[in-house]
Design a protein. Sequence first.
Length: 112
Amino acid sequence: MEKTLFQKIADHEIPAAMVYEDELCVAFRDVAPAAPVHILLVPRKPLPDIAAAAPEDAELMAHLMLTVGRVAREQGLSSFRTVLNTGADAGQTVPHLHIHILGGRKLEWPPG
Ligand code: AMP
């Protein structure tokens, strides 16, 4: 099966500003940042979105949640927002599960 864009980035086949890597996930800077700090945290497993996660992915999901805090701390963020866009109407453009980590400015609520 054709690799997703984010699999190619995780495998270093497409360049990205990588900020974190381990055996289960990678984190890199968004190419079109919506905030001074905008990181994408991506599992190596190509789940299309959060709704596709199954019980067998529980450990991976927990690992991603724990890694959010680690990446945010390493970026110096004490205040930040995490976003998981799911589906076209929510603005998802890359069909590989990714968690946006946004910070470095005041973020409004509710989001658009
Ligand atoms: P979403 O709209 O939630 O699917 O988020 C996809 C994100 O991926 C967008 O914020 C894009 O700016 C970002 N993006 C797309 N291509 C790349 C790339 N090659 N490197 C880094 N970020 C990317």
